[in-house]
Design a protein around this ligand. Sequence first.
Ligand SMILES: *Cc1c(COP(=O)(O)O)cnc(C)c1O
Length: 366
Amino acid sequence: MNNHVTVLEIDGNALEHNLNYFKQKLQPTTKILAVVKAFGYGSDGVQVAKFLENKVDYFAVAYAHEGIALREADVKTPILVLHPHIQNLQDIVNYRLEPNLYNFQIFEAFLKLADEAPLMNYPIHIKFNTGLNRLGFWHTDIPKIISELKETNHVKVQSLFSHLAASEDLEEQDFTISQINNFAYIAKQFYQHLGYEPMLHILNTSGVVNFSKAQFDMVRIGIGLYGFGNDDKETEQLKNTHNLKSIISQIHIIKPGETVGYNRAFVAKRTTKTATIPIGHADGLSRKLGNKKGYVLINNQKAPIIGNVCMDMIMVNITKIQCNEGDEVIVFNHQNMIQHIANVSETIVYETLTAISSRVNKMLKQ
Ligand SMILES: *Cc1c(COP(=O)(O)O)cnc(C)c1O
């Protein structure tokens, strides 16, 4: 918690609405894993997880320390660590986190640790590469994995999973279907030799939207929880969860010919009223938003960002807006505003959300 006036309000009701929206697309028995990595997509992973803990079956984080933060906040739900390293396996066990084992180096290191502890039936997850070529075993690794698993009862495979490369892109539908089919084939092989049937999962948000038939036992929803369906029609059905607000620190009235900000990038053509807002590129607002490319809302009116985005501040043009120092400023409070910022920043909303830095005060509101 910090006391900064620039606040990211996380809308708990919107999170719940979005969760329920995806639930109604799925079979009632399909489990839901909520992805809360990267501070809950730039919000606050701990607050989001505390809010969702009795509403979902699993959480996922990318790195071990993100999972530790959830356990330290007393989150009891199972937590899958998507991208662990040998250096953090002991912490993973200490905090009852569940590792994704994606290559033989980490798989064997974990088996060794589990044997030495010794652990009993410790839940592990095994990832297969079906075409993203990022993390995961190849299907040809199955016999060796199985033979090593057969020699131990210190671990138990909780799930087998894979990740789609282009689930949001229907032009890549054939590729996605081949990934899904490969995964189903891998699972079948695995089941035949293992003697029990771990859960299966491959769909992320846009996978659920476009390929819900491949929901298997669980789906992994990230961006969708935070209000984006990777498709305008889907996004319209979702509620915005990230509301970024600040206040006006100071108002100036400047004369024609005067300039605003670094490099004197804005030059006033006429008498101009400006407001200085305590949010800058160190808070996650791209410098590409400067020079009238981006705007904020003050009293429901658009105030364009003038001059360059500074590290800690922006200046906006409020010549036509009735307002005072201390008044509220909306940086974004709707998916369309976030999408606009992403477009102007030449990126995707995933990056716009996760860029919101820890200097911003993050608060979940129900
Ligand atoms: C981040 C991530 C997800 C979530 O993807 P969204 O598109 O945000 O739903 C799911 N699975 C894996 C492996 C991921 O890394």
